[in-house]
Design a protein around this ligand. Sequence first.
Ligand SMILES: NC(=O)C1=CN([C@@H]2O[C@H](COP(=O)(O)OP(=O)(O)OC[C@H]3O[C@@H](n4cnc5c(N)ncnc54)[C@H](OP(=O)(O)O)[C@@H]3O)[C@@H](O)[C@H]2O)C=CC1
Ligand SMILES: O=C(O)C1=N[C@H](C(=O)O)C[C@H](O)C1
Length: 236
Amino acid sequence: MKIAILGYGKMGKTIEQIAINRNHEIVYKTSSPIEVEELKKADVAIDFSIPDAAFNNITTCFKHHIPVACGTTGWLDRYEEAVKVCKEENGAFIYGSNFSLGVNLFFQLNENLAKLMSKFDEYKVDVEEIHHTQKLDKPSGTAITLTESILQHTDNKSWKLIENNEEVSDKEIPVVAKREDDVKGTHTIKYASSIDDIEIKHTAHSREGFALGAVIAAEWLHDKTGVFTMKDVLGL
Ligand SMILES: NC(=O)C1=CN([C@@H]2O[C@H](COP(=O)(O)OP(=O)(O)OC[C@H]3O[C@@H](n4cnc5c(N)ncnc54)[C@H](OP(=O)(O)O)[C@@H]3O)[C@@H](O)[C@H]2O)C=CC1
Ligand SMILES: O=C(O)C1=N[C@H](C(=O)O)C[C@H](O)C1
């Protein structure tokens, strides 16, 4: 496939290496607003840019009928708008807050655990994410996906970002975001009671899992139209 990489930063560069190893050709890579004539050389685009750029990048892809896999986080307030444009343009779109196989399995584990724990009021849940200090958004997209899934399966009503030990109400899930040197991405879900704690945790050791998942998603998407998630790609 001919691939356009929108956002040639830490992830864009890792994606380039993995795509080349899988015999794809990178026909366009940019860290600036899209030049349409360059984009049109591609069969598929992969966006790992910045929160302020993702919506324009992906809707430009829809308008020019280039399928797009987007991993950029921190722009999700415009997700429904993006889906609408995709449908109007008969485009192809997959958004994943986290493209790694391990995290997508962890999403399933989190959902199953939330269903089980919803029957036991004595346990209070919290979510913690740790990332490198260059990350622009907080909490991480992955932490938001995990928390939204817990909300769907429990009596909790909303979540709250905790930065300075803020209080939370009984029905709020605290989401703690920490920034430490070069941490690639660590997510922990903890159910705590006065007697014991139950925790599940995913630790990324490198960016390769995210990048491989994104390339696999782009391969899967490139001949389709519609709006998809990694559950569709992985058959979960
Ligand atoms: N879904 C997933 O699996 C994963 C998602 N992510 C997400 O991917 C995104 C990128 O992460 P990462 O690579 O670490 O970040 P980086 O900051 O390393 O890369 C972002 C790149 O986007 C560039 N950029 C700025 N404006 C535009 C624009 N208009 N169009 C295209 N590119 C632009 C930046 O350029 P400049 O530096 O010049 O501003 C930079 O090169 C983040 O939102 C992150 O949360 C990260 C890992 C996994
Ligand atoms: O910015 C990152 O690095 C990461 N961002 C994604 C997120 O916000 O969840 C995925 C991964 O954790 C790495």
